[in-house]
Design a binder for this molecule. Structure first.
Ligand code: PLP
Length: 286
């Protein structure tokens, strides 16, 4: 069985973080090994608390996982402190982990800081250079590169600047004001993946789904271009099948038809389009 290691924060609302990663990795046919970096409490009133896991405990989770079932790829999400960032960076080196996909989780969708301000410098100097691919959205690309990113041209400049630190870069385009284009820069050329904007507010977890899908596809042997294409498809499907969940904000659904009953009522389903059957396909799709 191919294993994919996710090193990420727990989201108590179940939509993003390590919960989204596990669903995505399993949906794509691999087994998720997990190292929890923080416990976040969030719900309809936003982010209520963040409890970081001590770096020594993050380290132990990774050491045991790697010793038992060496992962084909690694997805890194939320890391709170400079200590957590340093620990993960040194373990990538020590275990020679490959296909390392770094999702720079900086703020929560619900508002509130997930990466400490004082951790940003360590993040850029110690972790980004050890990743194989980094997957910022446009706000994260702007914070990491220190330049505004509102247009595709600015995203390309930010991608080139991040590539100078080492990893290939995918700037995800879900937050562009008027288009939805993901941009891949691998140091040789820029590839744009255009797509129509999906009309949904059930977006919580979409960045986590994209980065964990990308790691899973790389771990299963896809090349970078193919892995980005499949990660996009997986994310778009999870967005199309997202649902409202009680009074908490709506979440993406990377598990497709398995959670058909998840929509709270018919109105939710109607808002999202045609109901799905148990295979995750919409009526009429094959
Ligand atoms: N990880 C955790 C623990 C989070 O709480 C969040 C967002 O709130 C994320 C990651 C990133 O979520 P998204 O995939 O919506 O960007």
């Amino acid at each position: 069985m191919i294993t994919i290691l996710t090193i990420a924060g727990s989201d108590s609302s179940g939509g993003a973080g390590i919960q989204a990663d596990i669903k995505t990795i399993h949906r794509l046919g691999a087994h998720a090994l997990c190292a929890v970096t923080a416990v976040t409490t969030q719900g309809s009133r936003g982010l209520s608390s963040v409890h970081p896991v001590p770096p020594g405990e993050i380290s132990r989770q990774i050491e045991v996982a790697v010793a038992d079932a060496f992962p084909g790829a690694v997805k890194i999400g939320m890391l709170k402190s400079p200590g957590a960032v340093k620990t993960v960076a040194s373990l990538i080196e020590r275990f020679r982990l490959s296909n390392v996909v770094l999702d720079p989780v900086i703020t929560a969708t619900a508002g509130g800081r997930l990466l400490d301000v004082e951790a940003l410098e360590t993040f850029l100097s110690e972790l980004v250079p050890r990743a194989d691919v980094v997957t910022p959205n446009i706000e994260e690309a702007s914070l990491l590169s220190g330049r505004p990113v509102q247009t595709l041209e600015e995203a390309e400049e930010a991608a080139r600047s991040l590539k100078s630190l080492g990893p290939d870069v995918v700037v995800t385009g879900g937050h562009f004001p008027d288009q939805c284009v993901d941009l891949l820069f691998d140091g040789k050329g820029v590839h744009r993946f255009p797509g129509s904007r999906l009309q949904t507010t059930f977006t919580h977890g979409s960045g986590c789904v994209f980065s964990s899908a990308l790691a899973t596809c790389l771990g299963m042997g896809a090349d970078l271009h193919g892995a980005v294409a499949r990660a996009r498809e997986t994310t778009r499907e999870a967005l199309r099948l997202g649902y409202a969940c009680g009074s908490a904000p709506g979440v993406v659904n990377p598990l497709g038809g398995c959670v058909r009953g998840g929509a709270t009522d018919d109105a939710d389903i109607a808002k999202q389009g045609t109901p799905v059957d148990q295979t995750g396909l919409r009526n009429g799709e094959s």
